[in-house]
Design a protein around this ligand. Structure first.
Ligand SMILES: Nc1ncnc2c1ncn2[C@@H]1O[C@H](COP(=O)(O)OP(=O)(O)OP(=O)(O)O)[C@@H](O)[C@H]1O
Length: 261
């Protein structure tokens, strides 16, 4: 679809009977350059979907549209009313204590009890009264997850939430997200560059290319999953082929910068 074409633009909350997310013919262009081009996507209620794709293919753009942060779009987007986002950078307000960050913006000005309940879910209730600058990168990311969960989202949008974590912390954070999903059963869309992360966590893995969903696989494996399982290795090979990456012992390279402070 041409970048200048005007199409119907709607972002509406899903009804109870509808799927969690229903996107039809989504388009988005920046300065006349089409980035998303007629994209269709359905995410069922409670489904965990991972989204892979080369840098710049439009993953974050899609996530921002689903989050309601970008409405300069064409097509039709139906999403649950209650949705939360966690980004690679935890984006905490440095002048607010951790618990205040968690409940910031919630109606009724809830106190520390509510925040502490969700901080306990992510294993850092002891930091409720701390300042964000005293947290490690992994702890700050957990606060960001608690802030997303306290809104009890029907759709949780995660944009490379582990990208800035060291390998060990990243593994723990991945397991945590898997556990949180099992407990809350909200739909999740996880944008990631890590093929194994996608296969360990998701029900379905999508590959974005050329402005739309070019490939998808269903990961019908019991949890918790191990990277060594033959089926997972097979699926990994397919994804790497679609991504045009050779299946070397080290999969898609994952940049591991120092944890954020
Ligand atoms: N606000 C903006 N203004 C202009 N161009 C933009 C804007 N946001 C995104 N783009 C462009 O849209 C394209 C897709 O960007 P996007 O961030 O969605 O990619 P991505 O797949 O998430 O990349 P990465 O994996 O590197 O994060 C890129 O070429 C980017 O430069």
């Amino acid at each position: 679809m041409n970048a200048t074409t005007t199409t119907t633009t709607t972002t509406t909350p899903a009804t109870t009977a509808a799927p969690g997310v229903d996107v039809r013919g989504l388009t988005r262009a920046f300065d006349g350059r089409t980035v998303i081009d007629g994209l269709d996507l359905t995410i069922e209620r409670g489904e965990f979907v991972a989204l892979l794709g080369h840098s710049g293919c439009g993953k974050s753009t899609l996530l921002r549209v689903l989050a309601g942060l970008d409405d300069e779009i064409g097509g039709r987007v139906t999403v649950p009313a209650r949705r939360s986002v966690a980004f690679q950078s935890p984006r905490l307000m440095p002048w607010l204590r951790v618990w205040r960050n968690v409940v910031l913006g919630l109606p009724g000005r809830p106190g520390p009890e509510l925040a502490t309940r969700y901080l306990a879910e992510v294993g850092i209730e002891g930091h409720a009264g701390a300042w964000p600058k005293t947290l490690s990168g992994g702890e700050a990311q957990r606060v960001s997850l608690a802030r997303a969960l306290v809104r009890e989202p029907e759709l949780l949008l995660l944009d490379e939430p582990f990208g800035a974590l060291d390998a060990l912390t990243r593994g723990r954070a991945q397991r945590l997200v898997g556990e949180l999903w099992q407990r809350h059963r909200c739909a999740i869309l996880l944008v990631t560059h890590d093929v194994e992360e996608a296969l360990l966590l998701a029900d379905r893995v999508l590959v974005m290319d050329g402005g739309s969903i070019a490939h998808e696989i269903t990961v019908d494996l019991p949890r918790p999953r191990g990277v060594g399982s033959p089926e997972l290795v097979r699926l990994r090979g397919r994804l790497l082929t679609w991504l045009g990456v050779s299946d070397e012992p080290s999969p898609v390279p994952v940049p591991v910068p120092a944890p954020e402070k």
